[in-house]
Write a protein that binds this ligand. Structure first.
Ligand SMILES: [Zn+2]
Length: 117
């Protein structure tokens, strides 16, 4: 199994931040996520649209092409905020990531709340 190298993470994080800025400002933080193939190419992206909508990680996973779903263990999810384990309206991102079988998660900022994964 191979995964995107750390050299690609900073660029991917910038792309995740750009995704985050597409969201609606409100009570929830702006969060963006991208998924990298083993070679570092971006294969999916997502952002949090606002309260009550799926979180960025879930949006990015939903955007995965079928080909990559089958190879999830080789994918790296890069997200601007530590994935949550919050069982609110949209379900915990940590569970969605584990269920998808993603090989690695890289996040920029730890979530200081009790909802962190
Ligand atoms: Zn979440």
């Amino acid at each position: 199994m191979s995964l995107a190298t750390p050299a690609r993470w900073a660029g991917a994080l910038a792309e995740a931040e750009a995704q985050a800025l597409r969201g609606t400002r409100g009570a929830n933080p702006l969060v963006g996520a991208v998924v990298l193939a083993p070679g570092g190419e971006l294969v999916a992206a997502g952002f949090h649209r606002g309260a009550g909508h799926p979180h960025a990680e879930v949006e990015a996973l939903a955007a995965l092409p079928p080909h990559w779903r089958a190879l999830a263990a080789e994918l790296t999810l890069v997200v601007t905020l530590e994935p949550c384990r919050l069982s609110g309206r949209t379900g915990p991102c940590v569970r969605a990531i584990l269920d998808a079988g993603i090989g690695r998660v890289v996040y920029a900022a730890p979530d200081p709340t009790p909802n962190a994964g």
